[in-house]
Design a protein around this ligand. Structure first.
Ligand code: ADP
Length: 174
């Protein structure tokens, strides 16, 4: 088992061709929407929504896996983050998204997974709190993984990337 590498980059989750899977900040019905889900479904094409019909609905904290369709990635892992101030306990539900997504990736023998900042868009999670939860969950689950060797946080803005980078440094993980 190699030690998990964790990195934070600024970018677009649909433009990560070197990753085995990208994670979708999905809605419960796994349908196209705004933000990450809109971008992923647009890039993947209509086959993704068709495949997702059989996997929906999902609950906050849950993750399911589908093919990547027209995306450059073999798989998409769909997670439903908690709506901040509504789905409780929000930290546990948000952490579950990362843990369950990594567990699924490992079961499928994947080596690399890219995550967006789940719940920090329409779902209203403050970025600093979300970064701390995401980093802690990935570092924690990372110790139990066999095949996953690289996790990349892909943040839409450079200021969000800095927040995630600081959370990673604060966790003592390098
Ligand atoms: P949620 O509904 O879980 O809050 P959103 O898709 O609304 O999910 O947003 C989650 C985060 O992803 C936000 O920080 C948003 O800025 C960011 N984001 C939106 N589009 C993209 C994209 N194409 N690639 C990476 N991050 C994105």
């Amino acid at each position: 088992m190699t030690k998990l590498r964790v990195e934070c980059v600024q970018g677009d989750i649909t433009q990560q061709p070197d990753m085995d899977a990208v994670v979708n900040a999905a809605n419960a019905r796994l349908m196209p929407g705004g933000g990450v889900a809109g971008a992923i479904h647009q890039a993947a094409g209509p086959g993704l929504a068709q495949e997702c019909q059989a996997l929906a609905p999902i609950r906050p904290g849950q993750a399911v896996i589908s093919g990547g369709h027209a995306l450059p990635n073999r798989y998409v892992i769909h997670c439903l983050g908690p709506v901040y101030g509504q789905d409780e306990p929000s930290d546990q539900l948000l952490g579950n998204c990362f843990r369950h997504a990594l567990g699924l990736a490992d079961e499928h023998g994947l080596r690399s997974v890219a995550f967006p900042a789940i719940s920090t868009g329409v779902f209203g999670y403050p970025i600093k709190e979300a970064a701390a939860v995401a980093v802690a969950a990935v570092v924690d689950e990372g110790a139990a993984l066999n095949s996953v060797a690289l996790v990349r946080f892909v943040l839409f803005s450079d200021s969000d990337r800095e927040v995630f980078q600081r959370a990673l440094e604060a966790s003592g993980y390098d």
